[in-house]
Design a protein around this ligand. Structure first.
Ligand code: IMP
Ligand code: MG
Length: 184
């Protein structure tokens, strides 16, 4: 798998350190309160698993799966819910956990959808952020690393379902996806 990697952008050690810092901030902000942590499948699964076990306040889990239509390495504004959460979130403190904020289309859609269900609070946590790619105005409340405009894989992130199990965040070689214009 590493043969397709151009460069390691964030090491496992840096990920672990940052995840701990985010968990501490969340634990402090929600001390004494219960949280519903919602993992956006599948990219956020590893980050979610590492993050929740370092949060010291009471946490419930739920999962959501979404697909965004697009070609190559970019998404479109169209988002489809493949799996909704099964928890009633009215009056709850909800944190959406994403792998990466890119155009922002996915999160702006999810935020609107969940806000309509009247949670007590709704926050966004993302391991990675590519601010230069934003198409809609949305920011994460807890963000790990701001990264340049490069397509990354590993630690849950994929290119066509591959490379999710790489332990680090890696920049994929352009030649892997350049001749290829199918959906991500
Ligand atoms: P957005 O709706 O454009 O913000 O896209 C968010 C989704 O696109 C993420 O949840 C990822 O699944 C995917 N994505 C965006 N950038 C990357 C990347 O660099 N590597 C892998 N997946 C990405
Ligand atoms: Mg993906």
């Amino acid at each position: 798998m590493y043969k397709d990697v151009k460069e390691v952008l964030v090491t496992s050690k840096q990920i672990a350190q940052k995840t701990k810092e985010i968990a501490q901030r969340i634990s402090k902000d929600f001390a004494g309160e219960r949280l519903l942590m919602v993992c956006i499948l599948r990219g956020a699964s590893l980050f979610f698993a590492d993050l929740v076990r370092m949060i010291t306040t009471e946490v419930n889990f739920d999962f959501m799966a979404v697909s965004s239509y697009g070609s190559g390495t970019s998404s479109s504004g169209e988002v489809r819910i493949d799996k909704d959460i099964s928890t009633r979130i009215e009056g709850q403190n909800v944190i959406l956990v994403e792998d990466i904020i890119d155009s922002g289309n996915t999160l702006i859609y999810l935020k609107r959808l969940l806000l309509a269900r009247a949670p007590k609070t709704l926050k966004i946590c993302a391991l990675l952020d590519k601010p230069s790619r934003r198409q809609v105005p949305i920011e994460g409340d807890y963000v790990g690393f701001s990264i340049p405009d490069a397509f990354v894989v590993g630690y849950g992130l994929d290119y066509k379902e591959r490379y999710r199990n790489l332990p680090e965040i890696c920049i994929l070689k352009e030649e892997i996806y350049l001749d290829n214009n199918e959906d991500i």
